[in-house]
Design a protein. Sequence first.
Length: 201
Amino acid sequence: MSLGRTPVRKVWGGAGARAAAVVEVRSVVPCGGKEAESAEPDSGAFTISDDYPFKDRAVDTVNPSSRYYYGNCTDFVWWRVNRDAGVTAEQARSGHVKYTWGDLTPQGGNGAQWGNSGNLAGWNTTRDVVPGDIISVKHQGPLGSTTAMPGHVSYVAQVADDGSVTTENYGNGHYYVIKTSHSEIDRWIDQGWVVAKHKPA
């Protein structure tokens, strides 16, 4: 059952800070719930929806296919990277994947660490995200992160003509979509709160 549409959500940067961003949360879907609203990404390749193939698994238990934890942002973004590489949901569930934890994040796999040097070999840091990129969150506030450690990692699903960026996210077994401005992402990069990485061609 969908928890409904929340048109605007303020994300706070920390104690005494002013609002860090105003973002649109398109939907929040509990684990095992219906898909979120769909919208075609600019790339035209995939719809924005909860197609995570492990919704039926116990949250916070190890996924043997990825070595991340079911229902967490890291396992969801791992799925997105593999899906983009041509891996089907059936292949992912059976362990036939292109990338595992050791391939993507050998220097530490929590959400805050995905942007670290030594992780995501071949991916370059960027300020100009495109669909398929990731954003590693190292500070409470950006993109729904509720804590600096272990942080959060988001998948860039869409970049609109107006520069707004739509990310797909998972946390505690729940799927959610956040839309924010490119200028907010730039500000978070400047503050060291996030690292954006561009997937290799």
